[in-house]
Design a binder for this molecule. Sequence first.
Ligand code: FE2
Length: 127
Amino acid sequence: MTKNSFIKFQCGTLAQLVAFGKDSCSGLPNGVEILELKSEDATVEKHVPYIEERENGYLVKVGKETKHPMLDAHYIEFIEIEVDGEYLYRRYLKPRMEPEAFFEVPKGEKVVAREYCNIHGVWTDKK
Ligand SMILES: [Fe+2]
């Protein structure tokens, strides 16, 4: 488990780990799993977030050449970006919006993007 890991409950609820206690955790409750972040996409629908640096921030697109669908039953619920492990920004999306988000944030050395597809889980651009 690391900071900003995602955990998923059996009911489908998604949560993110934001802080840890002093002692090591004794484990997750039954029915809760740490989600493996995916970064290799061989499907037609593209999931890997793609970061474009802009003058005053970063534009994150889900799918570089092929956009991910944004249908009622299948869409990107949110896109987030983490800058230098110090800042975390998230943009929630709805069906029919573009599968992208612009973050007007300070530039950083290590920029990581993640996104959550309601069908296919959490994806990142970094391994
Ligand atoms: Fe998907």
